[in-house]
Design a protein around this ligand. Structure first.
Ligand SMILES: Nc1ncnc2c1ncn2[C@@H]1O[C@H](COP(=O)(O)OP(=O)(O)OP(=O)(O)O)[C@@H](O)[C@H]1O
Ligand SMILES: [Mg+2]
Length: 389
């Protein structure tokens, strides 16, 4: 932490000559918090009571040399920056102490105030630099540890969650499907409504659980893409087949354009299918009955495949546009809220777009949203060709 002017560095000056102590005190008391000690034992007692950043000691003292004192101080207070005053005759001892890391710098006896000031300032900067480095390293270690724990927790959670959530959903779904097959039997009319409600509830839950687990999985470190060559048209036709029931209910049309017609792309087929499916489901949900959704795949440049999903719907407000790819961004509104529905304007939990973006980014690509004129929105997926190895 770099100290502000308000929190001065504290400097301990050790010298057996009282005049030297007093003159240094007078010189620096404005800029630093200066403590004085006239012997090694006094110095140790100050260090025991105060938080000292810089220690300056005379080399020649009656009971102990400055280098010896500073060596001891280093052992007990390694964070201090240590300086030594010395006369020319003692230089070799001091140089050795500096080389061994006991002392930061020496100050020649008889140096002027400016030189003295510059050395102490350097010592203060050095103290701050080391303190900053120490803090950053410890923050980094903490962050790494947190990350490691979070990652371990997440994979444990994923394992348990996918089993614990998927199993009951599969049971309810399977049982309600079985029950629906029995509904033709005479006398079962009263149950038809109940069973259908259970079934559609289970369907919604399946969609939610599936999306939640996919989103968690997509963000884990070990998720990867399995690329294979595939025809763009085949991929888009498969999406069309999957959303056909919703298009029919909303009297909407899906128009597919592939240029050139035999365009192929090398992608993780399942993931890109999910991307386009999410975008098309949104286009269906946020466009009025009877409108047309356009899906196109092209090669705008040599190494990029671009897929676009354009609709004639509500568009996205300028305020919401930067946030639509954030997990759980959904302009919540209970009137319009119903997970997994395809009716006009029905918002879900806001997991579809983050999943789509993540899947595209796993291919090294980008996903953008814009509004169209006079109405509607446009989602653009761009995927670069894989790098040949
Ligand atoms: N084609 C679109 N037209 C207008 N708004 C859209 C369109 N696609 C997405 N949005 C807005 O972005 C929000 C987030 O979309 P996203 O697909 O992530 O969630 P969702 O469809 O609400 O729920 P989920 O996909 O989890 O079932 C939507 O709630 C909607 O407000
Ligand atoms: Mg969606």
């Amino acid at each position: 932490m770099v100290m502000s002017a308000a929190t001065k560095h504290s400097v301990l000056v050790v010298d057996d000559e009282p005049q030297v102590l007093d003159s240094i005190y007078d010189l620096f008391r404005r800029e630093f918090k200066v403590f004085r000690a006239s012997s090694a034992s006094e110095a140790k007692s100050v260090l025991g009571n105060e938080r000292i950043h810089i220690v300056m000691s005379d080399q020649r003292m009656p009971d102990v040399t400055g280098v010896e004192l500073l060596r001891e101080i280093r052992q007990e207070y390694p964070d201090t920056v240590r300086l030594i005053f010395t006369a020319y005759a003692d230089l070799h001892v001091v140089v050795q102490a500096i080389n061994e890391g006991q002392v930061f710098r020496y100050i020649e006896k008889g140096s002027g105030p400016e030189e003295l000031r510059s050395v102490i300032r350097q010592a203060a900067d050095y103290y701050d630099l080391r303190a900053d480095r120490k803090r950053l390293i410890s923050e980094l270690q903490q962050a790494n540890e947190d990350l490691r724990k979070a990652s371990a927790l997440k994979s444990a959670f994923l394992d348990v969650a996918s089993h614990e959530l998927n199993t009951p959903v599969a049971i309810i779904l399977g049982m309600s499907e079985l029950a629906r097959e029995q509904l033709d039997a005479p006398g079962s009319e009263p149950f038809r409504g109940f069973v259908n409600v259970v079934h559609s509830g289970a369907k919604r839950l399946e969609h939610l659980v599936g999306n939640m687990l996919t989103l968690l999985q997509a963000n884990s470190f070990d998720s990867g893409v399995k690329r294979e060559s595939t025809h763009a048209r085949t991929l888009l036709e498969a999406v069309h087949a999957q959303v056909a029931p919703f298009l029919a209910k909303r009297h909407q049309t899906l128009r597919i354009t592939v240029d050139p017609d035999d365009l192929r792309l090398c992608v993780d087929r399942g993931k890109i299918h999910d991307v386009i499916c999410n975008l098309v489901m949104n286009a269906i949900k946020f466009s009025p009955d009877g409108s047309t959704v356009d899906v196109a795949a092209r090669r705008p440049s040599d190494r990029i495949t671009r897929m676009e999903v354009n609709d004639e719907g509500s568009g996205i407000s300028e305020h919401d546009l930067p946030h639509v790819f954030e997990p759980f961004f959904s302009t919540f509104d209970t009137m319009h809220h119903s997970s997994g529905s395809f009716e006009y304007g029905k918002r879900g939990l806001g997991m579809g777009l983050p999943i789509a973006k993540k899947f595209v980014e796993m291919h090294g690509g980008t996903l953008h949203a814009t509004n169209r004129q006079p109405r509607g929105s446009s989602f653009i997926v761009e995927i670069p060709d894989p790098v040949e190895t």
